[in-house]
Design a protein around this ligand. Structure first.
Ligand SMILES: Cc1cc2nc3c(=O)[nH]c(=O)nc-3n(C[C@H](O)[C@H](O)[C@H](O)COP(=O)(O)OP(=O)(O)OC[C@H]3O[C@@H](n4cnc5c(N)ncnc54)[C@H](O)[C@@H]3O)c2cc1C
Length: 395
């Protein structure tokens, strides 16, 4: 069995694993990434697309934002629609010049993979039977199979960056983690359409038939979502039915509507809020979706992943420079403070904009009153804007 050695073994080549590996490299710390999917799959997996100011600053500071500067779309506001009218939240003005950046998660992943490989990084794509061992002691291990051979990777620490369904979190013995969870009674039908975005900014639309979101991934690609049942059968949604429903939900008095185009991809995602505490056990640190999931309404998933690994990379740097583990010991508490604020905001945006099955007329009127308040009060709009562009990394 080939034996490999590293300082930090990273499980998962999503945004959190790749960014962690990149930041560690900049600090002179060696890591090896083990990923169960092919490189091409990771580079084309369409997921999040809204980067907070802090995530973009991190990509810039760490030297992986060249393509983003050329291709991303920088948004200074979002629109919120209800009762056939859309209202702009001028985030840039309300947050002293912060904005969000629309740049697909798969583009961030592509940039990070290219950079890791250019820097001589080790990423074992297409691995299988990945398992982690001895996380309680000083010599943790990752075992995996790759290209028909079995490997053993000895590390000083393991970073579990393997998403919600990965192997790292379940490897922690029962009784250690506390899980906090809310599952929502709806999902999102997401689709990618080959059509130029007909609005420069994202539109969050409240509608009696359910929530709809208009967003984009590039000047040629529109990304759209419809609230649906979590058990919805995607085969019942023909392209015509999807466009009819989108036009209904986005219909406003000014006649605006998304531009129609061929649907390239469609899928249904369930909605959940989930946090584990603590985000560390022994020599295993969890980061990103392996430790927490947010409903996508607040556009926080990828940003939380980036914030976690920024804290973790600094903590490892401090440990390897000083020999003291206090920064590593504080990792979970520092991240959870931010994670819970993002959970609160994502839950609030979700509750504000979605139609709930058990909603009575009181709830409906209260929801409309809140939408009216958020879009007409500068104080309320500022709170939304501050959270949407992202709280400072250290909060
Ligand atoms: C379908 C979907 C749609 C989403 N849409 C949005 C959105 O519109 N807006 C938004 O803000 N957020 C969205 N998110 C959330 C956002 O994409 C995540 O928060 C983000 O991907 C977290 O990054 P991560 O690196 O922590 O995890 P991931 O991106 O999940 O990366 C984990 C990596 O680990 C790998 N892996 C898993 N198991 C193993 C294993 N056993 N061994 C080795 N490798 C393993 C996976 O293949 C993957 O590459 C979406 C998530 C999903 C699942």
């Amino acid at each position: 069995m080939p034996k490999l050695e590293t300082q930090i073994a990273i499980v998962g080549a999503g945004p959190s694993g790749l960014m962690l590996s990149h930041l560690l490299h900049l600090h002179g710390i060696h890591s090896v990434v083990v990923e169960d999917r092919a490189r091409e799959y990771c580079e084309t997996r369409i997921r999040a697309g809204v980067l907070e100011q802090g995530s973009v600053d991190l990509l810039r500071r760490s030297g992986v934002a060249d393509r983003l500067e050329k291709e991303a779309m920088f948004h200074r506001g979002i629109e919120i629609g209800f009762n056939r009218r859309r209202h702009r939240i001028p985030m840039y003005d309300l947050t002293q010049g912060k904005c969000v950046t629309v740049y697909g998660q798969h583009e961030v992943v592509k940039d990070l993979i290219a950079r890791r490989i250019a820097d001589g990084g080790d990423i074992y794509f297409d691995s299988s039977a990945v398992s982690i061992h001895s996380i309680e002691g000083p010599h943790p291990l990752v075992r995996f199979e790759h290209a028909g051979r079995s490997y053993e990777l000895a590390a000083e620490y393991i970073a579990g960056c393997d998403g919600f369904h990965g192997v790292c979190r379940p490897s922690i013995p029962p009784g250690i983690l506390q899980c906090f969870e809310r599952i929502y009674p709806f999902g999102w039908l997401g689709m990618l359409a080959e059509a130029a975005p007909s609005s420069d900014e994202l539109i969050y639309m409240h509608h009696d038939r359910g929530f709809a979101l208009f967003s984009m991934r590039s000047p040629q690609l529109t990304r759209l979502y419809l609230q649906c049942s979590p058990e919805e059968d995607i085969s019942l949604w023909s392209d015509d039915r999807i466009w009819d429903e989108l036009f209904l939900r986005f219909e406003c008095d000014d006649g605006w509507r998304p531009i129609r185009g061929p649907i390239l991809q469609k899928g249904i995602t369930g909605m959940r809020s989930f946090v584990v505490e603590p985000m560390q056990y022994g020599r295993l640190f969890l980061a990103g979706d392996s430790a927490h999931i947010v409903p996508p309404t607040g556009a926080k998933g990828m940003n939380l992943a980036m914030a976690d690994v920024a804290v973790l990379a600094d903590a490892f740097h401090s440990y390897y420079c000083s020999g003291y583990s206090d920064a590593l010991d504080r990792y979970s508490a520092i991240c959870l403070r931010r994670v819970w604020k993002a959970q609160r905001f994502s839950w609030w945006m979700t509750s504000l904009l979605h139609r709930f099955d058990d909603q009575n007329e009181f709830d409906h009127r209260r929801q409309l009153a809140e939408l009216d308040y958020v879009t007409s009060s500068q104080a309320a709009a500022t709170s939304l804007a501050e959270n949407y562009v992202g709280l400072p990394m250290e909060q």
